[in-house]
Design a protein around this ligand. Structure first.
Ligand SMILES: *[C@@H]1O[C@H](CO)[C@@H](O)[C@H](O)[C@H]1NC(C)=O
Ligand SMILES: *[C@@H]1O[C@H](CO)[C@@H](O)[C@H](O)[C@H]1NC(C)=O
Ligand SMILES: *[C@@H]1O[C@H](CO)[C@@H](O)[C@H](O)[C@H]1NC(C)=O
Ligand SMILES: *[C@@H]1O[C@H](CO)[C@@H](O)[C@H](O)[C@H]1NC(C)=O
Length: 438
């Protein structure tokens, strides 16, 4: 979700266009896992909610097309691009060089605000003479971006015609870790894929999309429109999307929200009360499937139950870190210390953790359970690394939701079926699927 709070608005163009699925025939795109270029600058135990690893797709924007790399984010609404030389990063979008670039909404007008009605905070018209519909985005890690609501054409994959879409053309960007490092943004922007009116999915009336994320930095696949190729996937298990009839303050109605039934460690379903797993009367406690967040987050009570059960099972094969106060990215404190080789062997003996949803399950096993904290070494000659369980504590990260992040979606086909209001999962070998489709 990247906890994106944006404000902006948009153009009537997409709504006025025919409502046919723009990618009805199915478009295949390579999906890449990108590591942020720079290592964390603050000590790891003080880092908050950084996005070290993202899923990205290549998109051609404007006329003539400019190649940009965008983070695929099913937890965000508005797509955005770094524009007009905001940073010295290569591959920014140059609006001046595109003949199809334009302002999305005329200002002053109520349309600017109305178009952004699904966003957490409303967009607004700048004072004359600029008369732009301004969007501003902020992340949980205190990074922020400001820009204008703009329109241009987007080309995904080789075959289809470019589609017009609104996005935030970002002209000022503040990184939480200080001034932006010109070599840092490995990506030029973000493709907003949630269910809000301004998301790329809604604007292009995409009724279905799916992806398969390969582990490591191997290429995965994104299928927009069309079916998951049957030859590549076993039948998917589906879980219904949760809809609520009344808005609630802490419930994100445009997220891909699903029903969490439990957390399993090995064969044992943890004794977590149902009330802890479901949203409360404020909407806090929903469960989202999110390609824009790296790891998985659980509310404090569920996290504590998992941490205790996992640690007691892991103790036999991995030494615990035992450094009170050590927290990775502000939310991960179930940590271990061991040499790389020891972890490779131990990970086969660790219990599988299941995120049990109504009608489907996301199973996490082996090396996906642990993440090596960058830059942390222990033991003589730094022989040991620090590893943390890839589930974090939502409350410690300042979130009030369960989030299933992309690390746990590796080697799984994940299908977002908006037509039937459901999300499907099936285990897969994503590297093989990618290879077979060329
Ligand atoms: C920017 O990132 C590069 C690559 O990680 C690094 O070598 C360089 O020192 C960084 N520059 C600053 C000013 O932080
Ligand atoms: C953009 O990418 C396409 C496909 O990889 C390539 O053919 C084209 O030359 C690139 N265009 C530019 C301007 O780099
Ligand atoms: C980027 O530059 C173009 C051309 O100068 C201009 O029309 C556009 O408003 C600029 N975009 C932003 C967001 O400032
Ligand atoms: C953007 O494109 C314009 C028009 O082609 C060009 O004059 C300008 O130098 C470009 N800006 C950057 C930062 O590349």
């Amino acid at each position: 979700m990247r906890i994106l709070l944006l404000c902006l608005s948009l153009l009537v163009r997409a709504a006025a266009a025919d409502r046919e699925d723009r990618f009805g025939g199915g478009v295949l795109l390579p999906l890449r896992t990108v590591q942020a270029a720079s290592p964390p600058q603050a000590p790891a135990n003080r880092l908050r909610f950084r996005h070290d690893v993202s899923l990205t797709v290549s998109v051609a924007v404007g006329t003539p097309p400019q190649n940009v790399t965008m983070v695929l984010d099913t937890g965000s609404e508005l797509s955005w691009l770094l524009c007009n030389g905001t940073t010295s990063a290569p591959a920014e979008f140059n609006a001046s060089a595109s003949s199809t670039y334009g302002a999305a909404v005329r200002c002053p007008s109520p349309e600017c605000r109305w178009r952004g009605r699904d966003l957490p905070s409303p967009p607004f018209c700048a004072a004359p003479p600029s008369n732009s519909c301004l969007v501003s985005l902020s992340y949980a890690d205190a990074s922020s971006a400001d820009g204008v609501l703009a329109a241009d054409t987007f080309l995904l994959g080789a075959a289809p015609p470019p589609v017009p879409a609104l996005f935030g053309c970002v002209t000022s960007y503040y990184s939480a870790t200080g001034t932006i490092n010109s070599s840092e943004p490995a990506t030029t922007g973000l493709l907003g894929m949630n269910r809000g009116v301004l998301s790329f999915v809604t604007q292009t009336n995409t009724r279905r999309f799916a992806y398969c994320i390969a582990p490591g930095d191997g290429p995965g696949l994104l299928v927009l429109g069309g079916d998951v190729p049957l030859a590549l996937a076993p039948p998917l298990n589906y879980t219904p999307l949760v809809e609520i009839s009344q808005p609630l303050p802490y419930f994100d109605r445009v997220a891909y929200s699903v029903e969490l039934e439990g957390i399993r460690v090995g064969a044992t379903l943890l004794p977590i009360p149902k009330s802890v797993l479901a949203p409360d009367h404020t909407g806090a406690g929903q469960t989202m499937v999110d390609s824009g967040t790296q790891f998985t987050f659980l509310l404090a009570d569920a996290y504590a139950a998992l941490k205790a059960a996992f640690a007691s099972r892991a103790r036999a094969v991995l030494p615990s870190l035992d450094e009170p106060g050590f927290v990775f990215q502000g939310a991960f404190d179930a940590c271990f210390r061991a040499a790389e080789g020891q972890v490779a062997a131990a990970s086969r003996l660790l219990p599988e953790v299941g995120i049990v949803l109504r009608g489907a399950e996301v199973a996490v096993a082996g090396e996906k359970l642990l993440y090596r904290v960058p830059g942390e070494r222990r033991g003589e000659g730094g022989a040991e690394a620090v590893w943390c369980l890839t589930f974090g504590n939502s409350d410690m990260a300042g979130m009030s939701a369960y989030v299933i992040g992309h690390h746990h979606q590796q080697n799984v086909w994940v299908e977002y079926d908006l037509q039937k209001a459901r999300v499907g999962f099936a285990p897969a070998r994503c590297d093989l699927a990618t290879r077979r489709l060329g």
